[in-house]
Design a protein around this ligand. Sequence first.
Ligand code: GDP
Ligand code: MG
Length: 293
Amino acid sequence: MSATHKSGFVNIIGVPNVGKSTLMNALVGEKLSIITSKAQTTRHRIMGIVSGDNYQIVFSDTPGIIKPLYKLQEKMMQFVVTAFTDADVFLLITDVFEDIQLEESYLERLRRTDKPILLLINKIDITSQEKLEEKLLLWKERLPAAEVMAVSALKQFNIDKIMGRIIELLPAGEAFYSKEEFTDKSERFFVTEIIREKILLNYKKEIPYSVETIVNSFKEDEKIIRIQADILVERDSQKGIIIGDKGKSLKRVGIEARKDLEAFFGKQIHLELFVKVDKDWRSNENRLKSFGY
Ligand code: GDP
Ligand code: MG
């Protein structure tokens, strides 16, 4: 007799930069979500699926919770709202620093839910026992129903324990996806994200936030994948910065992205990048829609 099959949506939420994407990658065991020290690195809801004989966990990584300032950010917060409505288990991530506070309205939603909440205090690799205990007490007060656990997503400390607890908390149910699948996103999506990560890492200030990437062609044969992608910016001046002196900056982005793409697809990659101006795309409803927001 096999045990009852369990399945559910386990949604990772929290303010920017606390380690949501690092945690999701650690739980799934794949680099599905891009990670940088910059806020708003994650713009989409990205699913990471983990299946066993008797369970299927559909994790969702989400953008950090912020007050939206422009249309793109409004769309990003809609992904968060959906993650609040369809969760079977909440993974609320915070870190030992709490530089940004979670808005009271989101906390209130969590106080009203009847779904289990695992509150994970992350980055314990860089704090003291006293500081951690202070945070544990604080969160027991803020969100009494939550089960609080300490974690280091980066050092993979307590990941197995969290996995075990999640499986216990999953409701009974059939698998949502085929057991071979590990994400809801396409290969092209991961290409755009890997390029965007390199842009976040290589440019300062407003530049990364003004960039969107699009894959125009993705041709795979036995030995090599040939990819042509556009890097869209909002203004001409930004185009110059992306390309850099004698094309040096763009070249570096291309080299770094290709390396990660080869690791992700396990194949040789030929990557061609063009920079284009798409005026004010972040505020344009139709453009955002065409980019999948
Ligand atoms: P997100 O914005 O919540 O998705 O956060 P990310 O996963 O992108 O991580 C933000 C920054 O925190 C990155 O520089 C990570 O390397 C770092 N980080 C994430 N988890 C840990 C951790 O457990 N320990 C430490 N020291 N840094 C971490
Ligand atoms: Mg993230």
